[in-house]
Design a protein around this ligand. Structure first.
Ligand SMILES: Cc1cc2nc3c(=O)[nH]c(=O)nc-3n(C[C@H](O)[C@H](O)[C@H](O)COP(=O)(O)O)c2cc1C
Length: 204
């Protein structure tokens, strides 16, 4: 089949997200001007450069209680955030933190998670996550939006510091089989990295 994205696709559900899958999930911790910590998952997330390391996150729509999603508002006001990696073991805990709770509700407490201080940025890290990227806001980019009364905003973050829990290193390399990072597919589907394999490029 083929469909033009400007026209109906004719399928029971929008297939687009399954056509760009799997997508890593950033479990983003951020902080508001009063010091209230926020945590939420975002899968329009990826690394976009490595020297220096940069990541992107895209925010779709408003917060159910009005205004921008808390994570976006916090990143814009503080200029900082932490992208925590979600291991498969924490999939259900991650799901709790996506609830559109009121701004002042602490999703970490709700999910039974704990934090530890970051080294370079104000938002704390999720202690239970195996990898943390401490980031500063590099750029905000407004994206087009075809839905009425909605917004799409992308931010690019500069990764200033990376924490890797020692137990997930094997011979000095990040051992993703020990983490099984959770990934988002289309619809309500998820996957986890279970079987990393090595394939060298021809010139190697
Ligand atoms: C796995 C997962 C991935 C998500 N990815 C995104 C995303 O990329 N962009 C987005 O706007 N919302 C995404 N959401 C929805 C947000 O997590 C949700 O709107 C949340 O309530 C936002 O919280 P906040 O206002 O505390 O930032 C995702 C939800 C889940 C469960």
């Amino acid at each position: 089949m083929f469909y033009k994205t400007s026209e109906p696709h004719g399928l029971p559900h929008n297939p687009f997200k399954s056509c760009v899958a799997p997508r890593p999930i950033a479990w983003v911790s951020s902080i508001d001007p009063d010091g209230v910590v926020n945590l939420a998952p975002y899968s329009f997330f990826n690394a976009v450069a490595s020297d220096p390391p940069m990541v992107m996150i895209s925010f779709n729509g408003y917060h159910e209680h009005g205004g921008e999603k808390d994570t976006l508002a916090n990143i814009k006001s503080s200029g900082e955030f932490v992208a925590n990696m979600v291991p498969r073991a924490l999939k259900d805990v991650m799901n709790v933190t996506t609830a559109p709770v009121a701004h002042e509700v602490d999703e970490l407490e709700l999910a039974g998670l704990t934090t530890e201080d970051s080294a370079l940025v104000k938002p704390p890290r999720v202690r239970e996550a195996p990898i943390h990227l401490e980031c500063s806001l590099h750029q905000e980019i407004k994206l087009p939006c075809t839905l009425e009364d909605s917004i799409n905003t992308m931010i690019i973050g500069h990764v200033l510091g990376v924490h890797i829990r020692d137990e997930v290193l094997t011979d000095g390399m990040v051992d993703l089989s020990k983490i099984e990072p959770l990934a988002r597919l289309g619809y309500m589907q998820y996957s986890a990295v279970e079987n990393p394999f090595v394939m060298n490029r021809p010139r190697d």
